[in-house]
Design a protein around this ligand. Sequence first.
Ligand code: GLA
Length: 803
Amino acid sequence: MIAVKNNVYTISTKSTSYVCAIRAGKYIENLYYGRKIGTDEFGITQEDTVTALKEKYNNCYGNTIEATADEKNITLNSLKMEFSNPATGDYRMLPLLIRRADGSLVDRLYYVDTVCYDGVYEESEATRMPYAGRHEVRWSNTPGVKQEWISDVTKRPMTLEVILGDDDIVVKLIYTAFEECDVITRRMVVINNGKDSIVIQQAAGMMLDLDRTDYSMITFDGLWTRERHKNEKFLVSGTYSIESTMGTSGNIHNPFFMLKSNEASEHFGDVYSFNLIYSGNHKEAVEVSEYGKIRVMTGMSPYNMEYKLTSGQTFYTPEAVMSFSHEGLNKASYNNHQFVLEHIVPRQWAHKNRPVLINNWEATYFDFNKHKLVKLAKEASALGIELFVLDDGWFGKRDDDTSSLGDWFVNERKLGGSLKSLIKNINNEGLQFGIWVEPEMISVKSKLYEKHPDWALKSKSGDTYYGRNQLVLDYTNPAVREYIVNTLSELLDENNIAYVKWDMNRPITDTWAGYGTESGEFFHEYVCGLYDVLHRLCDTHPNVLFEGCSAGGNRFDLGILSYMPQIWTSDDSDARERMYIQGGTSYGYPQSTMGAHVSAAPNHQTQRLSGIDTRFDVASMGVLGYELDLTRLTKVEKEAIRHQVSIYKQYRELLQFGHFSRVREDRQVTTWQITAEDKLAAVSLMYRFDAEPSLSYERLYAVGLDENRRYRVRNVASKVSIKTFGNLINMVSPVKIKEEGVLQAIIDNMYAMNGETEEYIVHGSTLMYAGISLNQRFVGTGLGDGTRVMPDNSARLYIIEAI
Ligand code: GLA
């Protein structure tokens, strides 16, 4: 709901309120953002509420600049505002920097008016960027009818435009309220109504001022194979910021971040969260002001930004996303998850079960032929896997990463025939077929480069920088986009392709190419060009499941998710590392967006050994796939995988779309739980990082169940490799088994010991408040009936079902 009355605007969602007032006829004062308050209810008039919330100033502080002739006691450096101009005495960071043709700054944009209406921002399509609700709205050609909302009436958003301006320039602050998931989105629009051009040097999507400073900023940072690790910084004084200048949202800092009050935890307390529907350079910053307040900004990075707006032109920032929870980090995550599922990802995929896949990359890398691929598919099919994904190396002359990007034509020599015939073979094994592409890239050794060297981004100086031997295509050039759309449309239309993995394996450095897009406009134009291509390919192939990828999770953001419902979370599929990566990602994104694979042990990225069941347990908390050579598995491993796939399919809907919670982090154990919305079932994952000697008792706690129902809790049976015990096995074995010897290998291939079986019947309240005391862990003094063998890096799944 949005209400505008007497110069006050109130945006309410299910559990939050956002209240602003126009002050001195010029400024927009933020009166409150947080847990829902009554404004017109309980006999409290809006006027009373505003009087109570408004900041009171009787005397101006020393050494400050006075705001305005009408309210001389205010200094703008202290006032909580929604927008602020430069050169007015507000010395905090500012959302907009515009220079006029004569070099002067645009510095006096004041409140003019507000407009409020049903639905999303009326010019959403003109922004050339994805926006929340994009898949729910049908744009009408009927004059006067701008948009038709096609989803459930209760889910309809409302939009408010707050208009500011001077004689030449109009700035609009756009708010859209998504009631049921407690999300308010924001963006800023700049219109040049003057005669001369202006240059935008900085434009944040939103600025928000909050009371108090007792918060920490939680960001999700990393690198290749180490994406989105959670980092918490206690705010003291000064500015805390994260930024990407890689041309993509990047793996160094995800645009999603949170502000957690110091007393809050996963389950209680005040938490704000912010994100951006954008896949390019971005900057997020929090400034603790000297007056005990916080200013938050999020939007495009100002790095190399010089955006020229000629007379009559409009500039749109990407849409920023805000949410507030008074029930801790988990509820904040839940709001974001609901928002992503209901308003970001394509509707046809939002709640659609995703297939279990086998990807040949870590099974074969570039070294494959038709025989190998079909053999892998046959094995996968026998294990219950549903989709075969052919990764890098199928096109041009690509046998390593030095050539052929851009030549999206099948290498018939390597595949022993046409793509159609390979797909037929795969389909005959009962599997769907998927394919890898990297359409934003070009290899110098390629037919495409021979023909169009000016399509590649380079340095004008000639000293060009390469990443993985490749260059980036100039997506600001319409001819490049046309080529990609046509080539890939043909690939998709002529072949029975059910899935596409869209990769992007190097960040952008140089911004110059034959087409001549200005360097200061390049990064934003690149992203808009990418969205144009994605719109023309993904939206027109609604039955193809697209999975985003960028050397793993280098571009995991709401922009990509607007076209592709899932993203390859990381090239690192080591179970322990995935606990950090998927755990970090879970704060902002639901588990159905995270590709998660079981790969080989030792792991190809970390060389760590973890059991086949542990690898599955962690991968089952996302969209499950396998990425290892299934033709070289032991009998025990094959049986394990067959069992895993059947368990996953049985609980797939719950695992992919249930309510994800981070339950506990206690000593070396982390517990996550995915719960059905009706609370009738849940799956828990318990992951042990390091074994702690003589601390063998553990409790399984649950969250979000029905207190008054009875539940059956049982562990998913797992197998224990005899190798786990090294030469200790000789204490029980009738024949001597040498550690790492041939006999040990033969036994391990054929046989594994049964792990513990546990089953309990308990009330929801018991499970949530008292926890279940689990069987004792192996402590080195004997292996009893039901001992839980849980060494370093091991996991267990527990199924919880109402009875
Ligand atoms: C990237 C991806 C991998 C794989 C390779 C192929 O690194 O993240 O999953 O597709 O490219 O070159």
